[in-house]
Design a protein around this ligand. Sequence first.
Ligand SMILES: *[C@@H]1O[C@H](CO)[C@@H](O)[C@H](O)[C@H]1NC(C)=O
Ligand SMILES: *[C@@H]1O[C@H](CO)[C@@H](O)[C@H](O)[C@H]1NC(C)=O
Ligand SMILES: *[C@@H]1O[C@H](CO)[C@@H](O)[C@H](O)[C@H]1NC(C)=O
Ligand SMILES: *[C@@H]1O[C@H](CO)[C@@H](O)[C@H](O)[C@H]1NC(C)=O
Ligand SMILES: *[C@@H]1O[C@H](CO)[C@@H](O)[C@H](O)[C@H]1NC(C)=O
Ligand SMILES: *[C@@H]1O[C@H](CO)[C@@H](O)[C@H](O)[C@H]1NC(C)=O
Ligand SMILES: *[C@@H]1O[C@H](CO)[C@@H](O)[C@H](O)[C@H]1NC(C)=O
Length: 401
Amino acid sequence: MGNNTISSSIYSVMLLAISMAACVSTFAVPSSAKSLSSSFSFSAEAEALLKSGWWAGVALTNFSLKNHCYLKGITCNRAGSVIRMEVHFFYSHGRLSNMSWSSLPNLGYLDISDSDLIGGIPGEIGTLSKLTHLDLSYNFGLQGVLPPDLGNLTQLVHLDLSVTDIGGPIPSTIGNLSSLAYLSLYSNQLSGSIPPEIGNLKNLVEMDLSSNNFRGPIPSSIGHLSNLAHLYLHSSQLDGPIPCEIGKLQKLDKVDMSYNNLHGPIPREIGNLSGLTYLALDRNDLVGTIPNELAYLPLKYLNLSQNNLSGTCKFASKLRFVPVVLDLSYNLLDCQIPNRSPNGCPNEPKFRPSMLRLSQEFLSRRKALATPLRTVSLWNLWNRKMDFVHQSNEQVISAQV
Ligand SMILES: *[C@@H]1O[C@H](CO)[C@@H](O)[C@H](O)[C@H]1NC(C)=O
Ligand SMILES: *[C@@H]1O[C@H](CO)[C@@H](O)[C@H](O)[C@H]1NC(C)=O
Ligand SMILES: *[C@@H]1O[C@H](CO)[C@@H](O)[C@H](O)[C@H]1NC(C)=O
Ligand SMILES: *[C@@H]1O[C@H](CO)[C@@H](O)[C@H](O)[C@H]1NC(C)=O
Ligand SMILES: *[C@@H]1O[C@H](CO)[C@@H](O)[C@H](O)[C@H]1NC(C)=O
Ligand SMILES: *[C@@H]1O[C@H](CO)[C@@H](O)[C@H](O)[C@H]1NC(C)=O
Ligand SMILES: *[C@@H]1O[C@H](CO)[C@@H](O)[C@H](O)[C@H]1NC(C)=O
């Protein structure tokens, strides 16, 4: 049965190829259209796609050397040159090295995400001088290292190489991608330190380098990324201090640096990030007091859990906006928590005086809010209507509504 299916689909492909051959003349290229694109060879482009073998397994794809612009996932411009390639999963175990990239000088958009690619990223990708969008994410078998030639793609706006098996360091040439707005290298095996050249990416809006095996510090040059809104560096084995230059990134909205080995204090300069709504610094080795400056930020999520922060929770009573999530648990903070009564009546927690004071401060400040019950987690605590409390040691304050 399997054999029958295969031979009948090959037969259909051949029939279609033959019928397409009759239409050759429709591919004549108007000379005015030709000048819109880089000089290219129509037959070299067709041959590059044919020889890749990527379309071999797709029945009824109409393939011939004359109609490659109609292949599934391929878009050509009016001159007949390939400008877009969006290939997903129809040819398992394809290799990027099977495509002659230098034959596709007008390619602007390349998305081969989630396609079961294997092998490495050839440096030849660096010849795609018009590429603005490159997505090779979710190819678990994509291996090897990031070729320095990636830095030649100076028109690139979107670069997504997340969730692959790529290792080695980030090449310093990444700093040449001066148009880049989105960079994700999330969940790879990248190692070495983050190159300071990353600070040259002045147009970057989102950077995700999370879940890698880097070492060394976060380069202070990130202070130059003046358009950055989202900075994700969690679970990346980073150490050293949080660079105070982060305070220059006026457009920052979300910062996640959790699950690293960051040490030293939380820089006061974070208080300058007047649009910050999400700050996760949990599971690091941060020490010192929580800067009062944090209280003036519009934070909706603040997690400082599992560090060695000390001092009081005074900042919490100054909070201008009440975070929906505020987790200060597992630190060395001197803010008391409700104690279970010694006679073990679990529904009747006794509150320590300092906790009560903190809660009453909240209460007096929050009365005017339209929806206090939904947002004021510590008020709930005071009212003994806590929705959720972590209570595993005496220094814990953690509340979520
Ligand atoms: C793709 O490349 C691999 C490794 O270089 C090679 O073994 C294979 O034959 C190539 N496939 C095609 C269709 O050219
Ligand atoms: C085959 O190619 C023609 C143009 O020559 C196109 O209109 C048609 O949609 C293609 N069919 C398939 C199945 O790709
Ligand atoms: C990338 O640029 C470098 C330096 O200009 C050059 O040596 C290299 O050949 C280029 N790579 C490609 C694939 O074009
Ligand atoms: C690209 O980056 C490298 C390393 O940072 C640098 O030496 C080189 O001059 C850059 N090339 C261009 C064309 O900017
Ligand atoms: C940033 O914060 C520091 C310390 O809190 C402060 O001295 C400085 O004036 C702030 N800079 C800006 C531009 O707001
Ligand atoms: C954190 O505090 C604990 C307990 O005091 C101490 O053993 C540990 O060395 C401290 N770690 C850092 C990084 O300061
Ligand atoms: C805060 O971070 C800790 C440690 O990573 C985590 O266990 C906890 O669930 C987080 N808290 C909230 C409320 O998200």
